[in-house]
Design a protein around this ligand. Sequence first.
Ligand code: SF4
Length: 368
Amino acid sequence: MTSQQQNAQIPEEILRRWETRGVSRRDFMKFCSVMTATLALPMTMMGRIAEAIEADNRPSVIWMEFLGCTGDTEAFLRANEPTATAIILDYLSIDYHETLMAAAGHQAEAARRQTMEKYKGKYIAIVEGSIPTVEGGIHCTIGGNSALNITREVCGNAAATIAVGTCACFGGIPAAAPNPTGAISVSKAVPGATVLNLPGCPLNATNLTATIVHFLTFGKLPATDNLGRPKFAYGKRIHDNCERRAHFDAGQYAEGFGDAGHRQGWCLYKLGCKGPETFHNCPTVRYNEGTSWPVQSGHGCIGCSEPQFWDTMTPFYKRLPNVPGFGIEATADKIGLGIAAATAVAFGAHGVVSALRKDDSGPHEKED
Ligand code: SF4
């Protein structure tokens, strides 16, 4: 499809209105195009997305943070598709966010209560960080109320809840063994609520934006896998779209950081890359304005978007138990939790031929 054809799908008056707000038609077109592609929708949907964003239906948002590092807020603030300022002002009404709001103390808590009353059953709850449960949840309280109570109250009355980052989705680092605070995920804290998980350390802000755009366009959250993650973002493994995949298939592996193979961009599997068992769209969406992602910058994937990654993906710099050779037909629904052990069993008999050939292997192509 040519850019002219794409241009024709977005009504001229919408493009003009965004121009008057300081967003060029090129940037708005690019935004709609990125959202359409991220959601894996046909490009013919661009116009509908543009109209949904333009419509005056800004949902109210209550963003809460509990046991987390604020990395997801930081990622959100650095969103460039469009900027966080545009998101806040133009198509979201963020009525409560401890890091971003001007109000503090009693004023802030009053704003949360007012938002809940005014938009009961209609607002979006966003949760960052996990929720401690031991000793009545005293390890995280706000205004004298426990995170557990606040989560149940806010998420229980929301139209939908979006858990951002691995801590909110699966407990994350606070829930790593021995988990002294009894930290749990949002979906465990509020089992009856509709919760969509956007794991990652931090989440990719483009996926959050795309989820909200989907909600605005279709009036519902996108389809998810069995772990509550949207399929558009977590439907494929890192390994499926990795730019180093050709080197994996050719048996060309970096053996150490800084060696010749590493400098030539060879596969990081032997340096502990967990890409073969991690579901995320990092290779296609990337971070930092789409410029790079961990594997591109030379570090193996640590599997941060998988449940209990801190316990199940460590040691990070040790290779997976066996050469994974599964194809792209496997999905998150089929694999799921406890995958490291399953990988070893399922692929022990396969191996990658080029990695096992001893006669034709160069210095970086030998099997361990
Ligand atoms: S093992 Fe890691 S670096 Fe190698 S192709 Fe797979 S995802 Fe990429």
